[in-house]
Design a protein around this ligand. Structure first.
Ligand code: NAI
Length: 246
């Protein structure tokens, strides 16, 4: 097994890509700590599904964009599991609209949840990984963080920020045995993208050379590669998972 007895902390993993990453890691023997906004039915069901795979699982209700709350969760996870080998900064939201119509609140919310949460958790987890002299940090960026996208200035800026954060962390912490990488998914079919209109969906798919949206499991497989020793000399990189979408 690729992650036997390792411990992963994944933010926003009650559903979607985060959940599939948790399942892929658990399948490889990894113990899972995950956060989401509430310990509701969805979160509890995900925790149960993971537990049925025979690994230790703890779910935490926590807003990833809150600096103090993120540090409190990391303290709880370290106490409960004794270590953190893998951090996945996955929690994210969209508040799409054209720049001219974008409110200050829409800008701030997206930067706060998508970018600041990655800072919060990386900041809290890095002393733990430094003590261990090992660790893998994986953050969810997006193709639009590389290419930009009309109607997503806030989201694209937050996802470009994730890339710069990742590359900087890789340089700062590489000598301590810590790797940091980003995944830039293209169009993945989850609740986030199901909110789009039928027309927008069709338009997206027509722009993808592979002529289909990706599955969250296909992102999870890349996360598994980046979390495991299969990528032991890969750091500071952005891997696009996008069906050749430019
Ligand atoms: P999703 O909306 O299905 O799931 C996101 C999860 O994060 C939810 O469970 C939600 O409750 C949680 N969350 C939201 N705000 C939070 C907060 N402040 N604190 C803790 N948890 C919070 O989204 P999806 O599609 O699974 O996206 C996961 C990540 O992948 C996001 O960072 C997203 O930006 C990124 N991504 C997704 C793409 C897609 O096409 N679905 C494409 C590129 C990137």
């Amino acid at each position: 097994m690729l992650l036997e007895n390792k411990v992963a902390l994944i933010t926003g993993a009650a559903r979607g890509i985060g959940k599939q990453i948790a399942l892929a890691f658990a399948r490889e023997g990894c113990h899972i700590a995950f956060t989401d906004l509430a310990l509701d039915e969805v979160t509890t069901a995900t925790a149960e599904e993971l537990r049925s795979m025979g690994v230790r699982v703890e779910a935490y209700a926590s807003d990833a964009s809150d600096f103090e709350a993120a540090h409190a969760v990391v303290e709880q996870v370290t106490e409960a599991f004794g270590r953190i080998d893998i951090l996945v900064n996955n929690a994210g939201i969209t508040r799409d609209t054209l720049l001219m119509r974008m409110t200050e609140q829409q800008w701030d919310q997206v930067i706060q949840v998508n970018l600041k949460s990655a800072f919060n958790f990386t900041h809290a987890v890095s002393p733990v990984m430094m003590r261990q002299r090992s660790g893998a940090i994986i953050s969810l960026s997006s193709v639009v963080g590389i290419n930009g996208n009309a109607g997503q200035a806030n989201y694209a800026a937050s996802k470009a920020g994730i890339i710069a954060l990742t590359k900087s962390v890789a340089k700062e912490l590489g000598s301590r045995g810590i790797r940091a990488n980003a995944i830039a998914p293209g169009f993945i079919i989850t609740d986030m993208t199901k909110a789009l209109s039928e027309d927008t969906l069709k338009q997206f798919v027509s722009m993808i050379p592979m002529r289909r949206g990706g599955e969250p499991e296909e992102v999870a497989k890349v996360a598994l590669f980046l979390a495991s020793d299969l990528s032991s000399y890969v750091s500071g990189q952005v891997i696009q998972v996008n069906g050749a979408m430019a």
